[in-house]
Design a protein around this ligand. Structure first.
Ligand SMILES: NC(=O)c1ccc[n+]([C@@H]2O[C@H](COP(=O)([O-])OP(=O)(O)OC[C@H]3O[C@@H](n4cnc5c(N)ncnc54)[C@H](O)[C@@H]3O)[C@@H](O)[C@H]2O)c1
Length: 246
């Protein structure tokens, strides 16, 4: 999966699935701009990736804030001259059952997971339209397809991501822009490590492969969808979940 001479913006690239995707894309030859919240964490991440010096940059931005998103997209163009791939990976959880969920918890998760993807994609797609090519990849989740106990806000955001993916594939195909999302199952990252171990074990047992995923499993799927090998794939939600939901 060759990504040579492609420029990718990866949001939430400092840890977890985002960080694994940054490494995979760098190995495949892409130039990568990491967009994440904390300036110091971004600097440390770029230092850790010093073997790819010149190929990786980072900028602090909150994906739910339009002006910082616009700045991040402009930064990418200024440094690498184009924007070929966006991985809308940044996402958060703030779980509570419907009857206990606070309005702030609803708003925060929708702001980051849904509005964030809208803002980043809109800013990037305007550039991609001029280039007449591009790839947008969105972080969904299996729960966006099947629902989940205690995750009203998160499930709404991920179902929304699937809807936006299909809508944008329709709108942007004429500009040679492909749009897809990935619905991971349970993947061992900070997000999942915070969950009670009995739930993680239950998810492992439910998976047909009896496994929890690794961040690299998702990164590999993003790399495929970003590459020319997926040139005929658009408007799809790819489950990468070890057969958790079939
Ligand atoms: N881990 C899983 O099991 C799993 C399953 C399904 C879907 N996902 C989705 O995959 C994506 C990555 O998950 P993860 O487990 O690696 O998460 P994580 O919590 O390990 O990392 C998320 C990253 O996003 C960044 N981020 C958060 N809010 C941001 C904002 N407003 N602006 C910019 N950056 C922000 C964080 O700083 C962090 O670096 C998320 O969208 C998540 O919903 C994860």
């Amino acid at each position: 999966m060759n990504l040579k001479n492609k420029t990718a913006v990866i949001t939430g690239g400092c840890q977890g699935i985002g960080y694994a995707t940054v490494i995979k894309f760098l190995k495949e030859g892409a130039q990568v701009v990491i967009v994440d919240l904390d300036k110091k964490e971004i600097e440390d991440t770029v230092i850790n990736l010093r073997q790819y010096e010149g190929q990786v940059k980072g900028i602090a931005a909150d994906v739910s804030d339009k002006s910082s998103v616009d700045e991040a997209i402009q930064y990418t163009i200024d440094h690498f001259g184009s924007i070929d791939i966006v991985v809308n990976n940044a996402g958060i959880v703030q779980d509570a059952q419907l009857l206990k969920m606070k309005e702030e918890e609803w708003d925060k998760v929708i702001d980051v997971n849904l509005k964030g993807i809208f803002l980043v994609t809109q800013a990037a797609a305007l550039r991609m339209k001029e280039q007449k090519s591009g790839v947008i990849l969105n972080a969904s989740s299996v729960v966006g397809l099947y629902g989940n106990f205690g995750q009203t806000n998160y499930v709404a955001s991920k179902s929304g991501v699937n809807g936006m993916t299909k809508t944008w594939a329709r709108e942007l195909g004429r500009y040679n822009i492909r749009v897809n999302s990935i619905a991971p199952g349970f993947v061992l990252t900070h997000m999942v490590k915070e969950m009670p171990s009995h739930i993680v074990n239950m998810m492992k047992e439910k998976s047909l492969l009896n496994e929890i995923g690794k961040p690299e499993d998702i990164a590999n799927a993003y790399a495929f969808l970003a590459s020319e090998e997926a040139r005929f794939v658009t408007g799809t939600v790819l489950s990468v979940d070890g057969g958790l939901v079939t």
